[in-house]
Design a protein around this ligand. Structure first.
Ligand code: OGA
Ligand code: MN
Length: 292
């Protein structure tokens, strides 16, 4: 089966046209996975996509990430996470609520779950309620950016480990937000700074807003280097912006892409459902561990 692919950007990202994601099977998934490895971002439009379809697709990518397993009463099932400012009663959260501030932390360039003992391979976002204006999601190819990066800058990070801490990104938005227990559940994680895709050998810079230290550098030097690297790979020529329509399904490779939300009028509801899947050894996880 061949997919009908239309580029979203000259360097990465494709729209998969005329593809129904309902009831995915391993056979129909194989070319989708191949396109994911090659293009890093996949967009499917006009999907009528139920929770069960979302879960079925996610399981084909890998184990479903469940950050709140420890907080749920025994026997209560996993609920698909929402990226949303809509409360259960339908009202929206206020701009300076901690909940909204946490959504604002998504506006820092990041990669999901680099602070977990097993980080995410992908996030599968489904647009449920979209805003009239604003609220696009931007994606930056750390594969393209790394390929073009001057050797002098690459040499500064090559071979080093980077520490990732959830509360670090939240502290950039609000010290109060950063203190919430949900941002302190996991110890710091140390990952290599370059992820080599085991399928095609392509390298990509692996950084995030959660990155707070670099092996062998003092805090100031680390912060400066992280900023220079992020600035390089998030230049407009490596970025694609996705404006949401209801029914869009966006999937990206966290090993090769950074992403961020963009602002909207916070009086307007915006709701995406989101399933992250975890990387497995076959995705290159063992090689990302920094040996002591
Ligand atoms: C996420 C995320 C961006 C957005 O779900 O991990 O960063 O635009 N979302 O909501
Ligand atoms: Mn995210």
């Amino acid at each position: 089966m061949t997919l009908d692919l239309t580029p979203l950007h000259p360097r990465f990202g494709v729209e998969v046209k005329d593809f129904d994601l309902r009831g995915m099977t391993p056979e129909r998934f194989a070319p989708v996975r191949a396109a994911f490895e090659e293009h890093s971002v996949l967009l499917f439009r006009n999907q009528s996509f139920e929770a069960e379809d979302h879960l079925t697709l996610a399981r084909l990518f890998g184990p479903i990430e469940d950050r709140n397993a420890d907080e749920r009463p025994k026997g209560e099932a996993f609920k698909i996470p929402e990226v949303s400012n809509v409360r259960e009663d339908g009202t929206v959260t206020q701009e300076m609520d901690l909940h909204t501030l946490n959504l604002k932390a998504n506006m820092l360039w990041h990669c999901d779950s680099t602070f977990l003992p097993v980080p995410a391979l992908t996030n599968i976002l489904v647009a449920r309620v979209v805003t009239a204006a604003g609220g696009a999601t931007e994606l930056a190819s750390t594969r393209a950016g790394w390929a073009d990066m001057p050797e002098e800058l690459k040499a500064q990070i090559r071979g080093r480990g980077v520490t990732h801490r959830y509360s670090h990104s939240r502290a950039k938005i609000s010290p109060e937000l950063a203190q919430l227990p949900m941002f302190h559940k996991w110890p710091d994680q140390l990952w290599r700074a370059v992820w080599t895709n085991p399928v095609n050998g392509r390298e990509a810079l692996y950084l995030a807003s959660h990155a707070c230290a670099v092996t062998g550098l003092d805090d100031e030097a680390a912060e400066k280097l992280i900023e220079s690297l992020l600035d390089y790979v998030t230049q407009p020529r490596y970025v694609l912006s996705h404006t949401w329509n209801v029914g869009d399904v966006l999937v990206w490779d966290q090993r090769a892409v950074l992403h961020r939300a963009t602002p909207w009028n916070y009086d307007e509801p915006r709701k995406l459902t989101s399933i992250c899947t975890s990387v497995t050894d076959a995705d290159g996880l063992p090689e990302m561990k920094v040996s002591a």
